[in-house]
Design a protein around this ligand. Structure first.
Ligand code: ZN
Length: 418
């Protein structure tokens, strides 16, 4: 007889960037399942791994980071987030690739590496433009999809070791891209050191990640999950890059994923910080990101959102209304599990991804149905769990709305859309 071993989370007691032990609690989201770990019907009877989920901030470098880490192997072995399922993201990727090609003069002699290249959604644009490129992607099933799309992909986590391997098997990179991976890599010093190692002397690093200022201002607590270790401000990033001989030369705020930062870095001496870098550092300072009170205020705001949302949903149920959900996302998992919203409140969750349909949401075990289920079953209300794609989803769900269905947006203030 075999016994399954449930892995343990490791408490984070020193800052994962600067090593300081001045860590201050910001928010406790309780004990939660892995947000991307969708369950099959057979899984429902088995014990579900649960880990503490919380956030803290370093009082020395002001990096927001999780209170506990879960071993990476449990997180990415069967990763279900296929980028290509969002039209907004595909368009974002296409425009970004075109912009980089022109801005960095990329040609058939260049070499582009993307870390966490997913299913090749971004690099396929470089393949089409005949610019040599390589994807680095730890999830085997996702890497296979990329290869089928013609994107050469190495099945690895990124860090110093894999950077050295790429340098010797291929060559130094003129452009290193990383979209929504930098904040997911717990050993952030190894990740940045890997980028330093792989970068050609005149090359560029461009990382995109959810931005701490948007995160705090819009109370986006549901973007906290075990995979998402860091919430980067520019204040916290400048010393992290400098520690590894890299200079942050530019930053750009983007609307994607509830507000992201696109950061450009180069070898020290290869470029100077733009005026925008200084301006944004000042803006962060003015917004209170270099002091504890702003983070504590965020924690209190989130508690208020939980109260308001659960009250709103309970009132609707008491009035005999039916409620569905839309978007079986990691965000949705955090929100539902933190607020304790389950099958007593939501009848099902609709989602466009065929990989998710027929499975059950982590923790709350809500059945995931196809996107059309909203109009077919027509619950009175639908809780929008993927508010970051609200415009796109509202356009796709016209039938549901024309039949009288109404969406509820949970963040930053729970409300029923007109
Ligand atoms: Zn620190």
């Amino acid at each position: 007889m075999t016994q399954s071993v449930i892995p343990q989370a490791t408490p984070v007691k020193i800052c994962l960037s600067c090593g300081s032990d001045h860590l201050n609690p910001v928010l406790d989201l309780g004990t939660q399942p892995l947000a991307n770990n969708l369950l099959s019907e057979d899984d429902l009877a088995k014990p579900e791994p649960m880990f503490p989920l919380g956030m803290q901030v370093c009082g020395d470098c002001w990096l927001m980071q999780l209170t506990h880490l879960v071993p990476a192997v449990d997180l990415f072995s069967d990763y279900l987030y296929f980028s290509s399922f969002s039209e907004a993201m595909l368009e974002h990727a296409r425009l970004a690739a075109e912009k980089y090609r022109r801005k960095f003069d990329l040609t058939a002699d260049s070499f582009v590496v993307e870390v966490a290249s997913n299913d090749g959604y971004l690099l396929k644009n470089f393949v089409a433009a005949q610019i040599p490129c390589l994807g680095v992607e730890p999830a085997a099933n996702v890497a296979n999809v990329a290869r089928k799309a013609g994107v050469e992909t190495m099945e690895r986590f990124f860090g110093v070791e894999s950077a050295e391997e790429i340098r010797s098997d291929f060559r130094p990179a003129d452009l290193i891209l990383g979209n929504n991976v930098f904040a997911h890599a717990p050993d952030t010093n190894d990740f940045v050191a890997g980028a330093k190692k792989l970068l050609a002397p005149e090359g560029w690093i461009v990382f995109e990640f959810p931005y701490a200022l948007d995160f705090l201002e819009k109370s986006e607590f549901d973007t906290i999950y075990h995979e998402h270790v860091f919430y980067f401000s520019l204040t916290a990033l400048v010393p992290l890059f400098a520690r590894h001989g890299l200079t942050v030369t530019d930053v750009e705020r983007l609307p994607i994923h509830g507000g992201s930062l696109r950061l450009t870095a180069r070898h020290e001496g290869a470029g100077k910080p733009s005026d925008e870098v200084a301006r944004l550092l000042q803006e962060e300072n003015d917004a209170g990101l270099t002091g504890l009170p702003r983070y504590r205020e965020f924690g209190e705001t989130v508690t208020g959102i939980k109260e308001a949302l659960t009250t709103l949903l309970a009132d609707l149920k008491r009035d005999g209304k039916s409620i569905g959900g839309y978007g079986a996302s990691a965000k949705g998992s955090t929100l539902l599990n933190y607020c304790g919203i389950g099958t007593e409140t939501l009848d099902f969750v609709a989602d466009r991804s065929s990989y998710k349909q027929g499975k059950y949401s982590p923790g709350q075990h809500l059945l995931i149905l196809e996107a059309e289920a909203l109009a077919a079953k027509q619950p009175d209300f639908a809780l929008l769990l993927t508010w970051n794609f609200a415009d796109e989803i509202l356009k796709q769900q016209t039938e549901y709305q024309e039949q009288g269905g109404r969406f509820i947006v949970p963040i930053p203030t729970p409300k029923i859309l007109d």
